[in-house]
Design a protein around this ligand. Structure first.
Ligand code: HEC
Ligand code: HEC
Length: 320
């Protein structure tokens, strides 16, 4: 009497187990296919101008719009960095080069462009220089997605409690009153940077597939930011390096950051056409004192714009 219900039920259990196993296999197969698809689709097929796509563009720039993209039309970046190589944690990390308070700043006057620039213009500035590439279509999905992401990020950040906005980095960089020394910087580099970025400064690739980019990005050579980029300004680079490098435990003094920035900037990198650079800062008095490339609006030598000392140049413009 007890057995009769148990028999069909064990059959049922067996049936359920079989269906379950089949179901799981089917699910796993679907997941595998979809996962694979999703990765192929990183090539832009399902691209929509959402904040989520914008976030991926900043995290995986090389994969999505880099120089090895299978579709030549989608090759916008000229190097294999990601925006996130400098705008750490997809721009979410507070402090130097954070994108958490960016959206509200635009449009605003750009000395480099000599006119008011909106957020799209600013992103394109990094596309042409930091990414050594070309501008994105102004009404295209990619630019709109990045704007959507930066907008969402800035709005989220603005709504956060003050405590959560705390900036966790060393005291801000103060420019030493001397010329930076690339020779001294070489030693800092060997001791504090080469471990990750490589003795040759060429970084560490994630895999043999160039679309996977770098684990540790290159600081010089053909595959990094060009000479028109903000990071080639010694003061801008020193600020970032002091605040954020070595990655995870920044501990450089102002002097070390200054010298290692000079050392990096003294190494070869992609060059923008000088004809193009001549157009930067139509009003030369708005050109940052550490902009390393000519023309300059003052009598100081090019060498001093590269390595300092910068205080005399600042004093010259203050007087004017
Ligand atoms: C090699 C480092 C580097 C890379 C890579 C890079 N940027 Fe930048 N970015 C900078 C620097 C330096 C600045 C300027 C900071 C300054 O003016 O002091 C900047 C400024 C910006 C700003 C303005 C921020 C503000 O608050 O005003 C935006 C927006 C921006 N970058 C977006 C991007 C995007 C999008 C990408 C990828 C397509 C990118 N950047 C790649 C270094 C980089
Ligand atoms: C522990 C490894 C590590 C060390 C040591 C380190 N970095 Fe980095 N660095 C990184 C990583 C990782 C990134 C990119 C972050 C990302 O992609 O999320 C980076 C990014 C950078 C960038 C911006 C991206 C680029 O390619 O230009 C600069 C500049 C930089 N590091 C300079 C330095 C300097 C100078 C030192 C030595 C003082 C140093 N780093 C030490 C890991 C390291």
């Amino acid at each position: 009497m007890n057995q009769s219900p148990s028999r069909p039920s064990s059959g049922l259990v067996a049936a359920l187990v079989v269906t379950g196993v089949l179901g799981l296999t089917a699910l796993a197969a679907t997941w595998f296919v979809m996962y694979d698809r999703a990765r192929t689709d990183d090539a832009g097929v399902q691209a929509e101008a959402t904040a989520e796509y914008g976030r991926r563009l900043i995290a995986q720039t090389n994969m999505l719009i880099g120089p090895d993209h299978p579709d030549p039309e989608m090759r916008f970046a000229g190097n294999r960095l990601n925006c996130g190589s400098c705008h750490l944690q997809t721009g979410e990390m507070t402090g130097q080069l954070s994108l958490t308070e960016t959206y509200q700043k635009y449009p605003r006057y750009s000395g480099r462009d000599g006119r008011e620039a909106d957020l799209k213009d600013r992103i394109d500035g990094c596309m042409e220089r930091s990414m050594n590439g070309r501008v994105l279509p102004r009404d295209g999905v990619e630019l709109n997605a990045m704007v959507a992401y930066i907008k969402a990020l800035s709005e989220e950040f603005a709504a956060m409690p003050a405590m959560a906005k705390a900036i966790n980095e060393p005291s801000p960089f103060r420019t030493p009153e001397r010329a930076a020394s690339p020779e001294a910087g070489r030693d800092v580099y060997a001791e504090k940077c080469a471990l990750c970025h490589g003795r040759d400064g060429l970084g560490l690739r994630a895999s043999a597939d160039p679309r996977r980019g770098y684990i540790f990005p290159p600081l010089w050579g053909d595959d990094t930011y060009n000479n028109g980029a903000g990071m080639t300004r010694v003061i801008t680079a020193s600020r970032f390096i002091k605040a954020k490098m070595p990655f995870g435990k920044p501990d450089l003094t102002d002097d070390e950051a200054y010298d290692v920035a000079a050392f990096i900037n003294a190494q070869p990198r992609p060059m923008m056409s000088q004809d193009r650079l001549n157009l930067d800062y139509p009003d030369k008095s708005t050109k940052p004192v550490d902009s390393p490339y000519p023309p300059f609006g003052d009598p100081f030598p090019a060498e001093q714009h590269k390595f300092g000392p910068f205080q005399p140049i600042e004093a010259y413009y203050k007087k004017k």
